[in-house]
Design a protein around this ligand. Structure first.
Ligand code: SF4
Length: 616
């Protein structure tokens, strides 16, 4: 007995062949599961220069080592591939029941290879898997698609699918399951390029038996006891992440109008109370008592009747402060539209804000925008643009390329206003006001993500390895590395960031050990080793694609323009990114060019990894 399902499902869409192979025990020991499995397979099976939208790119779906068990907060799943948005590694996280059902169906990984000639979907049942035509599903939104597959295959059907944005290869398309999405890095775009509309699983719910049933059960009871009245869990359950907007605004961390400012009139309209008054229910992933998903319905105003599970903090920002909008109903409507169309809310909102700044500066005009005036706060224009982006219509086609490429196409100095790292649009964290967040987004192997190594120390003032001054120009580069390593081993499980109240690394280690039967997992030091190994191999993946220190950077705005009107962060810049980068590389054993050394690779058991001349 073990919490591993034990198998890989390999689907080649070019040849329409499907096979099943065991997950090697050695791989389990070395990478534990989830994201660790993903990077090992992508490293081994892909070569540099692969076209992200070509048939040689691979798309890997991963439940964690503890998914499908009675453990609380392990209900998320990860998709990994080479990103069409960045050309670097993509890792995107979704929620709902899909991870549990991948495990119930018998798989620790689903690897999608090749590309189908025409739209298809993959149907996985208890007794096998096969491919079906999706001609009748092509063009449907994500809810219509899931409904149609449920009608065909029964109410137990669990589906992850793309919407029109993925079909049309918008570079930041998502994969949706239920109302939860794997949003970042264009994983839905890769799925669309393979003509794969959906993966449906019809399997009996049969939670996996842990290796040490008694020990595992005792740990679960201990965790449930802590969770039940845990303040953060209760807060997450009642408000989701909506409470963060007020908090980050007061700290100067919430960016406004494409990171031009630290405040705007009317932002209070987007604070928690506004969303609480629209809350009509909550939603959770498999086996999660936190149930952070807030279902909102707009009660009044121009968007009365619009509803969504969300928006959560990032989306509130993307369709609020980032575009200068204070109409709360429009944020719900925008969230719903992105979910149905299959668009990443962060990249979509960030890109619209970028376009508004270009318009403000006269770099683009009505001639470029299909006659639209891109005025800050115009929510009708914002909603029009979301639709145009998803459908790749007119000006929306350009914005669907993301900020980096759109800026390159526009020229005229537009690059200066593109807020991204490695091509992945920034979320709602201002690097000048939270410098380790900034460093982590600069160095992240997937680009500008706050969730690659969330700097909790800067938000709550607490957390290992030590409290830090978020304005310090130097001295905390190692903390970004520490956070990224912790996140990497949490995502072997896959432990949800929002459901980890009361979860210590010691408890996580014991759960992994008693669940899987691998005794070495019970040591936190071992988890740290695996986390570092994952981050290092992810870096190697990017080095193989030509990435190095030159790509670990922030937009010029963060380095040179003092942050205005941002409370305690007013006047801040990231003054010494070079020093922070040196500290980060040194703590990870990379060269000062950001490349893992041969010695570090050996230390991490990655001696088989060859980086050619890059590895010193
Ligand atoms: S906290 Fe929220 S996102 Fe995380 S597992 Fe629970 S319901 Fe899902």
């Amino acid at each position: 007995m073990t919490t591993y399902a034990g198998y890989v499902l390999r689907v080649n869409l070019s040849s329409a062949t499907i096979s099943k192979e065991p997950v090697p025990t050695e791989l389990q020991r070395k990478f534990i599961g989830g994201r660790g499995f993903g990077i090992q397979y992508l490293w081994d099976e892909m070569t540099s220069g692969t076209d992200p939208l070509g048939e040689h790119n691979k798309l890997v779906f991963l439940p964690g080592a503890l998914a499908g068990t009675h453990a609380q907060g392990f209900g998320r799943w990860i998709v990994m591939t080479k990103s069409p948005l960045t050309g670097a590694l993509a890792r995107s996280v979704g929620g709902g029941n899909f991870s549990a059902f991948m495990k119930f169906a018998g798989y620790d990984l689903i690897i999608i290879e090749g590309a189908a000639d025409s739209p298809c979907y993959l149907l996985i049942r208890d007794d096998g898997a096969d491919l079906h035509s999706a001609q009748d599903l092509w063009g449907l939104d994500t809810q219509q698609t899931q409904k149609a597959l449920e009608t065909k295959h029964g109410h137990r059907t669990q589906t992850a699918c793309i919407g029109p944005a993925g079909e049309r290869l918008v570079l930041y398309a998502t994969i949706t399951h239920g109302t939860r999405t794997a949003s970042r890095c264009g994983v839905g775009t890769v799925m669309g390029s393979k003509n794969l509309k959906a993966i449906s699983i019809v399997a009996r719910a049969k939670p996996l038996d842990p290796y040490d049933k008694e020990g595992f059960g005792a740990l679960l009871r201990e965790h449930a006891r802590i969770l039940k009245d845990h303040k953060r869990r209760v807060k997450m359950h009642r408000f989701g992440t909506t409470f963060l907007a007020q908090m980050t605004r007061e700290m100067g961390i919430l960016p406004f109008k494409n990171f031009q400012a630290g405040n705007m009139d009317g932002v209070e309209n987007l604070f928690t109370e506004a969303y609480s008054s629209m809350r009509i229910g909550s939603h959770g992933c498999y086996n999660c008592m936190t149930r952070c998903g807030q279902v909102h319905e707009v009660k009044q105003g121009p968007y009365a009747g619009a509803w969504s599970e969300g928006p959560e903090y990032e989306t509130i920002w993307a369709f609020g402060p980032q575009v200068g909008n204070t109409e709360v109903g429009a944020t719900v409507k925008a969230d719903n539209m992105c979910d149905l169309l299959g668009l990443d809310t962060i990249s979509a909102g960030n890109t619209i804000g970028f376009a508004m700044e270009l318009y403000q500066r006269g770099i683009i005009t009505k001639e470029d925008t299909d006659g639209m005036e891109l005025t800050w706060g115009d929510h009708e224009v914002m909603l029009d643009l979301i639709k145009k982006i998803a459908m790749r219509e007119g000006f929306g086609r350009l914005l669907g390329e993301g900020t980096k490429r759109a800026a390159e196409i526009i020229g005229k100095g537009a690059q200066k206003y593109a807020m991204h790292s490695k091509g992945l649009e920034f979320p709602a964290y201002e690097p000048r006001a939270a410098k380790i967040h900034g460093l982590s987004m600069a160095t992240s192997n997937i680009g500008g993500s706050h969730m690659y190594g969330y700097a909790r120390q800067e938000i709550s003032g607490k957390g290992d390895p030590r409290p830090i001054d978020r304005f310090a120009d130097q001295g905390n580069g190692d903390v970004a590395a520490y956070n990224q390593i912790g996140k990497a081993f949490e995502e072997t499980g896959i432990l949800c960031n929002f459901a980890d109240s009361g979860m210590t690394y010691e408890l996580l280690a014991k759960l992994l050990a008693t669940g899987t039967g691998h005794r070495e997992f019970q040591e936190v030091d071992y988890l740290n080793l695996v986390g570092e190994r994952i981050v290092c191999l992810e870096r190697c993946f990017n080095v193989r694609e030509g990435f190095s220190r030159k790509d670990d950077t922030l937009p010029e705005r963060m380095l040179k323009e003092p942050l205005p009107d941002a409370g305690p962060a007013t006047g801040e810049t990231v003054r010494d990114l070079d020093a922070l980068l040196d500290e980060y590389y040194d703590s990870l054993g990379y060269s000062r060019d950001g490349i893992p050394t041969a010695e570090k690779l050996r230390e991490l058991g990655l001696e088989h990894v060859s980086l050619g001349a890059g590895s010193m």
